[in-house]
Design a protein around this ligand. Sequence first.
Ligand SMILES: [Zn+2]
Length: 269
Amino acid sequence: MRSLKAIAAVAMCALVTITSNTASAQSPVLSQSSVSTTAVTQSAASTKPLAGLVIAIDPGHQLGNGQRKFAKHINEKRFNGRIWKICNTTGTATNSGFPESTFTWRVALVLKAKLERLGATVRMTRTANSVNLWGPCTWDRGTFGKRVGARLMIQIHADGAPRSAYGFHIITPALTRGWTDGIWKRDLVLAKAMKTGLIKGGLKPSTYIKGAISIRGDQTAMNLAKVPTVTVELGNMRNPSEAARMQSAKGQSGYASALLTGIRAYLNR
Ligand SMILES: [Zn+2]
C-alpha cells in the first residue's frame, strides 16, 4: 500500500457409507435413511465448517495497471470521504522485480482453494493476473463484498518499506462520518482476529507499524465497504528474506494458511 505513493468429499462420502452400514446393523429401529441424514449432517459440520458462507478475496492491484494504454482509467479520481484518490496503482515489487499484483494473485488462489475445501463459496474481485488487464478500481473493490453477499472481505497486499523493515500489518478504516459509521468497529474486530491468526500462522508482526494494526481514513475500498473488510499487508517486498518467501510456492502457501487461520478465528468456525 505504501506503493500508492510510488505512483500513485471423497472422505466424507466414505465416512457416511461406513456410518450408515454400521448403524443399520446395530439399530434396526431407525430407518437407514434417517441415520444417513444424521451422519451427513455431523460429517458436514466437521469437514465443511465454512459451508454456506461466502468469503470475498480482493487480490491487490492488477498486472496491467502500469501500462500506458490504461493510464486514463487508472488515474481517474474519486472522493473517498477524506481525499480524492485515483482508481488503482501498480503496487510495489521485490528488488528483483517480482510484482505485488502477482504475489497477491498467487496467495489469493491458494487461499481460495483452502476456503473451498472447508465448504466456503469464494468470490474474487479479479479473475486473472495479466498485463492486458487493469483495475478494478478501489471503489468497485470496496463495494464488491456486499454485491456478492460476502460475510467478510480480505484485501491481500504486500508493502514496499525500507529494506531492513519486515513483518505484516493490517489496515482497518478510521471512523469517517457518513462513510464508515456502521462498519469501522466490526472491521477493527476483524483486524484483531486476523492479527491473532497471522501470528498463530507463523508470520511476524511489523517492525515499523506499532501493534501491526494501522487505522487509516484514506483507504477508498474500506471507506466504501458494507461488509467487514480489512487490508492485510503480508510483508515487506523490499526486505530480502521476505521477498524470497513471497516468491516461493511454499511461502505463498504459508501466507494463505495464515490468512485462513485469521478468517477462521474471526468466524469462530
Ligand atoms: Zn498494494
